[in-house]
Design a binder for this molecule. Structure first.
Ligand code: ATP
Length: 553
């Protein structure tokens, strides 16, 4: 089948960007997708969502701002000053590309239309360019794509390569458009997308007419079920009414373990394949036996007690010799759920039943079952909570024994209880050099929460990290700098941190209209990406919750 022209997609995305109406955005994409075969639909949906590779893949076609700017200058003959002016005008590298490409210096030898297949081939080559010499290989690939691109195509190519689409086409709308294009109900679309984990794969199945028969299977990671936060033991007791399971809230890294045909793979909460970081988990489950997918927490654990979560960070970012890491902070896997067993999905079974299956899977391995006690009433929950804190755990996750596994949802079947005031997961958007002892390192971080498709700043933190973490942050922030203003720099929003704070105030210092009081960084959340950060709604909720308390007092 002939692949469709990239120009059609660029055109559709431009129209989506041009309208504020969600309904119209969905209609434009749905009409566009209808004309595509499965292979093209996969690429188109992925690009529309700002991705150049399957979600969860470790091979990203990432291209830094510096490379893109360099290639754009080369292709268009623009000066550094010209590029800088254009960037200041648009604040978006895709639009810079569009403006500059209108004056191309070089023309390709054989002018040919770029198809979606050409695009995917380019991405595949970028994904496999690794290690020594990959920089110049990437430059060459991007150059050949940009040479062949029209200004509008160049715009959306650059947007996809930087992951910054700014079309307002959030995942939910894209999912709706795919459903409309291929005649799926909302529920069918949500389920297939959830199981596949990747919008491109979902569009491909939808275009093939096979979306309704997609099933969970090993080595295809599934979106994790999340817990709803509760403030007090009483609220939890009221929420569950009868007897519920109380489990320790293990403070480690969430991990999904898949086994099939003797092979074991581990996936992170972002659905990345992190098998290489967890040899202990692989060793726990290697061997014959039925295939399964289980959910749990990888916890650094020694002498019968949990060790600080931070000990896992370097291992996850592959900055540490693994053998050394395994010796210093060995990981134990605490399993708490099962999604698939011996050829069958188990997500719709009640938790009590899933626990029984999970027990069989974990028996005889060096992994452990998360400890569960039956609780009921406020005192029961409070007692279990105290015990968990005394033993060094973060709190409790209380679960409804009847509940199914709600993939990708903050389901009402799980409730979490932690002691301190809520924390926020935020992304660093700008940073500054510190003073005194911190001169020479980048130690002040301005951070933002989500607001619709954009980001809004809510505070600036100076404390909470160790000297070593600050050194690492300094290196990373330098590498992702978008604009260097001397003492401060604007950075690409990708480092997620969890901040604690005393309260939320109204303020015009930040563009969200709120400021966190006394924010401090609790930890760097290497396990989360910018899509997982909290949104302004949560900040507003905490703000109005405080007001209520003050009024009541
Ligand atoms: P947090 O920042 O509180 O860890 P989160 O946003 O990572 O929250 P939530 O689903 O809101 O995720 O909170 C539950 C988290 O607690 C899970 O993601 C998981 O990593 C962890 N956890 C620890 N022990 C358990 C358990 N027994 N059952 C479920 N989740 C658990």
């Amino acid at each position: 089948m002939k692949s469709a022209a990239f120009l059609g997609l660029a055109d559709a995305l431009e129209r989506v960007r041009g309208t504020a109406s969600k309904k119209e955005k969905v209609a434009v994409i749905a009409a566009y997708l209808q004309g595509l075969g499965p292979e093209d639909a996969t690429v188109a949906a992925r690009v529309a969502s700002g991705r150049t590779s399957e979600r969860g893949s470790r091979d990203e076609a990432q291209v830094g701002y510096a490379t893109l700017l360099e290639v754009l200058r080369e292709v268009t003959g623009a000066t550094e000053d010209g590029v800088s002016r254009s960037y200041l005008k648009h604040g978006d590298l895709g639009e810079v590309a569009e403006e500059l490409l209108a004056h191309k210096k070089e023309q390709p030898l054989f002018a040919a239309e770029l198809s979606l297949r050409d695009l995917e081939e380019g991405f595949a080559r970028l994904r496999s360019a690794k290690g020594h010499g990959s920089g110049s290989a990437k430059r060459r690939i991007v150059k050949s794509l940009l040479l062949a691109a029209t200004p509008l195509e160049g715009k959306y190519l650059v947007k996809a390569l930087t992951g910054e689409m700014r079309t307002g086409l959030v995942t939910g709308l894209l999912e709706e458009a795919i459903a409309a294009a291929y005649g799926l109900t909302k529920g069918e679309a949500a389920r297939a997308h959830m199981v596949l984990g990747d919008i491109g794969a979902f569009a491909g199945e939808a275009a093939s007419g096979t979306a309704t028969s997609v099933r969970i299977r090993p080595f295809r990671p599934v979106n994790f079920m999340l817990a709803e936060p509760f403030a007090t033991a009483r609220e939890i007791a009221e929420h569950f009414l009868g007897t519920a399971y109380a489990e320790y809230k293990y403070d480690g890294v969430r991990a999904q373990v898949h086994r099939s045909g003797g092979e074991v793979r581990v996936y992170s909460r972002r659905l990345e394949d992190v098998t290489a970081s967890f040899p202990e988990i692989v060793a726990s489950f290697r061997g014959p036996g039925a295939g399964f997918i289980i959910d749990g927490e990888a916890v650094p654990f020694a002498g019968g007690r949990p060790l600080p979560f931070q000990l896992l960070q370097r291992r996850l970012r592959r900055m540490e010799d693994l053998e050394e890491a395994v010796k210093k902070a060995p990981v134990t896997y605490f399993a708490f759920d099962i999604l698939f067993r011996g050829g069958e999905e188990t997500v719709d079974l009640p938790l009590s039943e899933r626990r029984r299956l999970l027990r069989e899977v974990v028996a005889g391995t060096s992994a452990r079952l998360a400890e569960t006690t039956d609780v009921s009433g406020e005192e029961g929950v409070q007692g279990a909570f105290r015990r968990s804190r005394d033993l060094g755990y973060e709190g409790l996750v209380v679960k409804d024994p009847e509940s199914p596994y709600a993939m990708g949802k903050r389901g009402s079947g799980w409730a979490k209880l932690k002691e301190e005031l809520d924390t926020l997961d935020v992304v660093v958007v700008a940073a500054e050099y510190g003073h005194g002892k911190r001169a020479g390192v980048i130690s002040d971080y301005t951070f933002a929460v989500r607001d619709g498709g954009g980001l809004k700043t809510v505070g600036k933190a100076y404390s909470g990290l160790t000297d070593m973490e600050i050194d690492e942050m300094t290196e990373r922030l330098k590498a992702i700098t978008v604009k260097d203003h001397g003492y401060w720099r604007q950075v690409r929003p990708e480092i997620v941190v969890e901040v604690a704070f005393d309260s939320v105030q109204r303020s015009d210092r930040h563009d969200s209209g709120f400021a966190l009081r006394f924010p401090r960084i609790k930890r760097i959340r290497a396990d989360k990406g910018v899509a997982d950060i909290d949104d302004i709604w949560k900040v507003e909720r905490i703000f109005s919750g405080q007001k209520l308390k003050v009024e009541e007092a």
